[in-house]
Each structure stands twice: as C-alpha cells, then as structure tokens.
Design a protein around this ligand. Structure first.
Ligand code: ADP
Length: 280
C-alpha cells in the first residue's frame, strides 16, 4: 500500500511550464462537441463528446408513471438512469447498476427535479437515460449537460437549461475539468451543476480536500466554464431548430396539424428497478 501511495504521489501532473499532461493550462477545458436530436425513437436526445468522454442522453415523457403505486397525484416524477457501458473503460466494467451509478442517477434526478415544471404533469414521469459509451472522468457532468439539451429537445417545460463541469486540484494547483489520470492521482475533484442564468447550484460534490481559498478560486473558475457550456448548449439547440428565412420560404406547405399522421414510434423502454445487480 505504501509503495502504491509513493508511486501515485510521484506522478507529475503539471510540468515545469505549468502545463498539464495534455498541454492544457489550469483554466483550460477539454474540447466539447454536442449535438441535439440524434435518436429517432426517443422524445428527446443528445450526444456529447467531451475530451475522451462520449455520452448519449435520451428522454421519454411526460408519460404515465409505472409502476402505478409510484405515481404522485401532484406532480411528475423526474427519474434518471446513468449507465456505463462495459466497453466504456479500460478494464471491462461489469454490466448493470452498481453503487456509483445508483448514486449518480440519484443526484442527476434531483438536479433536474428542481428545474422541470413537474406540477404540470401529475401522475406522469419524465425518464432520462444517460449512457456512457466512453469514459475519461467528468462523465456525470457530460451526462447532465447532454441530458439538459435532450430534455429541451423533448419539449419538457423547464425553468432553464442546466450546465455542468468539474474543477479540482492537481499537484496543489486548482485546475478545471480533470481528465482520468488527473482525477485518479490528483488531490481533489469537484463536479458542479448550475442554472447558469441565475447561478443557482443544483449539484456540488467533492472528492478530496480544498482549502477555503482554493474552493473560492475553484468555484469562480467552474462558474465561468459553466457559462461557456450554457452558450454551447444553446448553439446546439439553435443548430437543430433554427430555420433561416430562405429555408422557411422553401418549406413545402404542410397539412393542418389535425390531418398529419402521428409520428412513428415504438413502445419506449420502462425504467429498470434500482435494486439488485443484473447477473453477468
Ligand atoms: P465522473 O466520471 O463523473 O468523474 P468518477 O469520479 O466516479 O465520476 O469517475 C472518474 C472516472 O473513473 C470515470 O469517468 C471513469 O473513467 C473511471 N471509472 C469509474 N468507474 C469505473 C469502473 N467501474 N471501472 C473503470 N473505470 C471507472
């Protein structure tokens, strides 16, 4: 054990020029690309690539909540299932829910529960599925960011978009958006989700230690980063839905809504039970 700690402490994460393993400065984020409306059968969907993370989010609802005894007559349930694919990490991950994914699903559900206007849909559920296809630290932030635009794509009424990013400390320096090695061998990691417009914090977790001054610095950094991610989210939604004046005039005339055929859709999957692991 002592040897492992010794090796971990010796791993240099910041070089003599103050640059990180991938050449980033402490305040730099990894490249982010996001796209809305990538799945045909979900009500809303989004895909995000964030550094080495590849994450898909799908949303169903509002629809009648099942099982019925879970229905709330005053509001909709906002349920999230975060899942890591077995091939998303270097060593094959055992499929199915584990303690970590149950925890992440819970904190993400709670974050969205406070922005969705759930009172408008009594006895219903809004189901959010987050699939981690490739993981490189910061997957809950990437998942939250993608799920937020997937909810907007599904037309779920919300107070605003939610954006998320992590900040941490490596080699004693406060740094934004840690990658896997920095997360593993660093001193602290703090994922944060906010409503960027109001600055309201919907999720804040901490793994490791920060002093009060470091926390203030870290929080300022992550708040600015979240503001930038919010702009990317809005751009991705505009890209999906914006129509130029020329495109608008080129659109074929549509039949009135009541005569349009309903969209083709298969029965969406139910939320799986939370307890009990899926056998291998
Ligand atoms: P986050 O992905 O939100 O940062 P963690 O801090 O718990 O969440 O995980 C950091 C990273 O550790 C993950 O992104 C992933 O790359 C890796 N990891 C997590 N769980 C496993 C696992 N069961 N097997 C292998 N790697 C994992």
């Amino acid at each position: 054990m002592e040897d492992v700690e010794h090796i971990e402490k010796k791993m240099k994460l910041i070089d003599e020029n103050g640059l990180r393993l991938d050449g980033r400065k402490p305040e730099d984020m990894r490249p982010i690309r996001m796209e809305v409306g990538v799945l045909k059968r979900a009500d809303g969907s989004a895909y995000i690539e964030w550094g080495g993370n590849k994450v898909l989010a799908a949303v169903y609802g509002p629809r009648e909540a099942h099982p019925r005894h879970l229905q709330d007559p005053t509001k909709a349930l906002v349920q999230c299932r975060y899942n890591m694919a077995p091939f998303s990490v270097t060593e094959r991950k055992r499929p199915g829910p584990d303690r970590r994914s149950v925890e992440i699903s819970k904190v993400i559900s709670e974050a969205f529960d406070s922005v969705v206007f759930s009172e408008q849909f009594p006895r219903a559920s809004v189901d959010i599925f987050i699939e981690i296809l490739q993981a490189d630290a910061g997957t809950r932030c990437a998942g939250l960011t993608a799920a937020s635009i997937a909810l907007a794509d599904a037309g779920i009424p919300m107070r605003d978009l939610v954006a998320s990013c992590a900040v941490g400390k490596i080699d004693g320096v406060v740094c934004l958006d840690l990658r896997k090695e920095e997360d593993n061998y660093g001193d602290a990691d703090m994922p944060v989700a906010m409503i960027p417009r109001t600055g309201e914090v919907l999720l804040l977790q901490m793994d490791g230690h920060l002093t009060l001054d470091e926390f203030d610095k870290a929080f300022g950094m992550v708040k600015d980063a979240i503001g930038g991610i919010y702009e990317m989210q809005k751009d991705a939604l505009r890209k999906r839905y914006a129509v130029t004046a020329e495109e608008f005039s080129d659109l074929p005339e549509q039949a009135p809504p009541e005569r349009r055929a309903p969209p083709e859709r298969e029965a969406p999957p139910e939320m799986p039970p939370e307890d009990g692991e899926v056998p291998q």
